[in-house]
Design a protein around this ligand. Structure first.
Ligand code: PLP
Length: 418
């Protein structure tokens, strides 16, 4: 087997350079642990950005995938397959929605939401109703439609956009009211902004959006790509808020690492995309559907939704303590369930701090400019969360005191202080 160093050299020449991965090659995983080609252990508290919900190489998930692969993988949507029908039943049962459309990623699920909203009103003969209200700092994906709704200008810069999207401040219902009009097809919102910096909305915000949409005849679209599947300590991030969306996007944790996305819809918009208007070659294939069914069963069997709530509260407490200990570096902690952010003081850049945390064997991701994001597998243990927070504490202490190796300082310093 080649070493990390050998393969990294090839990666630098041959992989398209749109990412900046950590400098090691992951070879295998188990639970919340990853091992690289040199057999070094890493504690994975990012779960491939909130994806590996049941941990790496979960035996029940691996077994179902292997068995399904040996039975039937793909037929296209010219034909039904059993796991896909069963998955639609499971997802609609758990969410109170009526129908499911399947795709392969969160971006595609959000793209489907956009097309659904516009085509719904087109089909009703209301062709002028096609504007979408989205939020600053929102993340809905990278294709041109999803990107147009994404609220971070740097992601959109240089690509143009589709137009017809108005961005307003997350949490500010008055701004949404001002932007609302008879030309608005839908409001799209994350129940908690993940990529934008782990921002929970103010209490009552989603309910107020639902009311506003109802008053104005617009649809409410929920992007639950990051918040769904138990991540916030409830099955959907929007559960318990007393609202029902017109359509919901799911992906990430749904396949536990196997690519799958879904758009769930209410019956009201069931006719918005008739045959020929939208589709996906791979979407809903038997293999991805079987994987998602296995993930849902593991979530139930291991009570992972309930676990995300209790373990998430414990993590929140640990991060609050860290903020109290090192206030010169840590501003505050926020989030819900097992989606938590440690907000660094103004001037620090989270992406520049990640390598310092990695020096202590722990993998996190950044959200927004200065938030270290914890989105561990839902099977994480309290001991693993403690290990993760210990690594972050060491990094923050080093930042506070300037006590860092010269290599780390030269590599990371320009990125840390903006
Ligand atoms: N929507 C939200 C809320 C997300 O967090 C993401 C990805 O981070 C997406 C959509 C895009 O999902 P994907 O990267 O699977 O296309």
């Amino acid at each position: 087997m080649p070493s990390n160093t050998e393969l990294l050299a090839v990666a630098k020449r041959r992989l398209y350079a749109n990412y900046k991965p950590a400098p090691f090659v992951v070879a295998r995983g188990k639970g919340c642990e990853l091992f690289d080609l040199d057999d070094e252990r890493w504690l994975d508290l990012c779960a491939g950005v909130a994806v590996s919900s049941v941990g790496h190489a979960h035996p029940a998930l691996s077994r179902v995938i292997a068995e399904q692969a040996a039975t039937l993988m793909h037929t296209s949507n010219y034909f039904y397959n059993e796991p896909n029908i069963l998955l639609a039943v499971e997802l609609t049962r758990r969410t109170g929605m009526d129908r499911a459309f399947f795709c392969n990623s969160g971006t595609e699920a959000c793209e489907a939401l956009l097309k659904l909203a516009r085509h719904h009103f087109y089909g009703l003969g209301d062709k002028g109703r096609n504007r979408i209200i989205a939020f600053h700092n929102a993340f809905h994906g990278r294709t041109m439609g999803a990107l147009s709704m994404t609220g971070t200008p740097k992601y959109r810069e240089g690509f143009g956009d589709l137009g017809g999207v108005t961005h307003v401040t997350y949490g500010k219902i008055d701004e949404v009211k001002k932007a609302m009009g008879k030309d608005v097809a839908a409001v799209i919102v994350e129940p908690l902004q993940g990529e934008g910096g782990v921002f929970p909305p103010p209490t009552g915000f989603l309910k107020a959006l639902r009311t506003l949409c109802d008053e104005n005849g617009a649809l409410l679209l929920l992007d639950e790509v990051q918040t769904g599947l138990g991540r916030l300590g409830r099955f959907l991030g929007s559960d318990g808020l007393g609202i029902q969306a017109d359509a919901i996007a799911l992906a990430k944790g749904l396949g536990g690492g196997f690519p799958i996305g879904a758009m769930l819809t209410s019956e009201k918009v069931a006719g918005a995309l008739p045959p020929g208007t939208h589709g996906s070659t791979f979407g809903g294939n038997a293999l991805a559907s079987a994987a998602a069914l296995a993930v849902l069963k593991i979530i139930d069997d291991e009570k992972l939704v309930e676990g995300a709530k209790t373990k998430g509260e414990a993590l929140g407490k640990m991060l609050d303590e860290l903020c109290a200990e090192i206030p010169e570096v840590c501003e505050c902690a926020r989030g819900e369930g097992l989606l938590r952010g440690l907000v660094l003081r103004d001037g620090y850049v989270a992406r520049g701090v990640l390598p310092i945390v990695q020096e202590n064997g722990v993998l996190l991701t950044a959200a927004g400019d200065r938030v270290l994001r914890f989105s561990p597998p839902l099977v994480v243990t309290i001991a693993e969360l403690e290990e993760g927070v210990r690594a972050v504490r060491i990094a923050c202490e080093q930042l506070a005191s300037g006590d860092r190796s010269s290599e780390t300082m030269t590599a990371a310093k320009p990125a840390i202080r903006s």
